[in-house]
Design a protein around this ligand. Structure first.
Ligand code: SAM
Ligand code: SF4
Length: 354
């Protein structure tokens, strides 16, 4: 997609009148879109992907950059102001930097990327220059052997180099995402916090979710938010509720700790034991153009067929918007995740990107 095509994609899609904001059937405004760029990944994290991997999609099934920009430009007109690129691993999608530059030109409030960090040493600078605003980097452990075990392929030293490159590139806010797994990294939470704070990063701990029909969820692996808070308070003393710390205002709840005279934040994302569905503001676009209005359910709406229907400009925008509104109207009240590891969707996390 050329630079000119990027501008055209955004501009020609203007709807004739302001069509009103995107709101679901339970009056939750939708302002945040996560876009998966690929279902491929250079890692195989144990809680995310089956050991044998998944059958990767043929390239022709993926949305093109122009199609992605089209969907974002249409949703921007109805109140979606924040976009996060994810995967699989988004940095394995060819020409990611070009896509970021096209999306950056749309003038969103927030353009962010989630990555495992493996390729950041080479990509952090170019992504920043292309207009990427924020980064979330996944890091489950500071121990190289554990890291290789949980990612099945990963090299901790590369991710640490990627984190340094991201810091040097001047991103405004870098968060470190750690899936907290009982019996795996629950002894490392304070060390991960100290690692993050020492580098000006924001540590966040995520409860493991039973995706993949529960097949990747090991009984006893859930570390509930209450236990995460207790482990942090044992190490750092009482935490105060953080207020509106975060640019991005996602589902994390923040605590502030006083450590060595400084107030430092920790985020906890507790989808299973302390759900935040009441305030859910997001929808997800898969790499093949399926709109998922809930991470925790399998139903989706096919936007790729609309994108490839031959409609153009305002007609295309109107058809996309109609499909999106229909899907969003049916967004469910919440999920059915249980502590025992059932009630989740059949889809794999790697296919939708968290
Ligand atoms: N590959 C990128 C990465 O790892 O950051 C982006 C996609 S990944 C699916 C997005 C986030 O989802 C990561 O922080 C990952 O650790 C998290 N994740 C994957 N599977 C999960 C699960 N079953 N429960 C909770 N979080 C999960
Ligand atoms: Fe890949 Fe991210 Fe899933 Fe790990 S969590 S397998 S890095 S998509």
């Amino acid at each position: 997609m050329s630079a000119a095509a990027g501008r055209t994609a955004g501009a020609g899609l203007a709807l004739p009148l302001y069509p009103g904001p995107l709101v679901d059937g339970l009056s939750r405004p939708i302002s945040y879109l996560r876009v998966s760029l690929t279902d491929r990944c250079n890692y195989r994290c144990t809680y995310c992907m089956p050991p044998e991997g998944i059958n990767p999609l043929p390239r022709s099934e993926l949305l093109t950059f122009e199609e992605i920009v089209t969907v974002v430009a249409v949703l921007q007109q109805v109140g979606v102001r924040r976009v996060r690129l994810t995967g699989g691993e988004p940095t394995v999608r060819k020409d990611l930097v070009v896509l970021v530059s096209h999306l950056a030109r749309l003038g969103l409030d927030d353009l962010a990327l989630s990555t495992n960090g493996e390729r950041l040493a080479e990509l952090a600078g170019p992504l920043r220059q292309a207009g990427l605003g924020r980064l979330n980097i996944s890091l489950d452990t500071l121990d190289a052997a554990r890291f290789a075990q949980v990612t099945r392929h990963g090299h901790l030293d590369r991710v640490l180099a990627g984190i340094e490159a991201a810091r040097a590139a001047g991103f405004a806010c870098i968060k470190l995402n750690t899936v907290a797994v009982a019996g795996f990294n629950d002894d490392e939470l304070p060390a991960i916090c100290r690692f993050a704070w020492a580098r000006g990063l924001v540590p966040r701990f995520i409860e493991i979710m039973p995706m993949s029909g529960g097949a990747l969820f090991y009984p006893g692996s859930l570390l509930p938010a209450a236990r995460i808070r207790a482990l942090l308070e044992e190490a750092f003393g009482p935490g105060e509720p953080g207020v509106t710390y975060v640019p991005g205002a996602g589902p994390a709840r923040y605590l502030q700790f006083r450590v060595e005279g400084k107030s430092v934040p920790v985020g906890i994302i507790s989808a299973v034991t302390e759900p935040f569905c009441d305030t859910c503001n997001r929808v997800r676009l898969s790499a093949t153009g399926q709109l998922h209005v809930c991470l925790a359910h399998d139903e989706s709406t096919d936007l790729r067929t609309v994108l490839r229907s031959g409609l153009r400009d305002a007609e295309l925008a109107a058809a996309l918007l109609a499909a999106v509104r229909g899907a969003v109207a049916a967004k469910r009240a919440g999920h059915a995740f249980t502590r025992a590891g059932c009630g989740g969707p059949r889809k794999h996390m790697v296919s939708i990107g968290g």
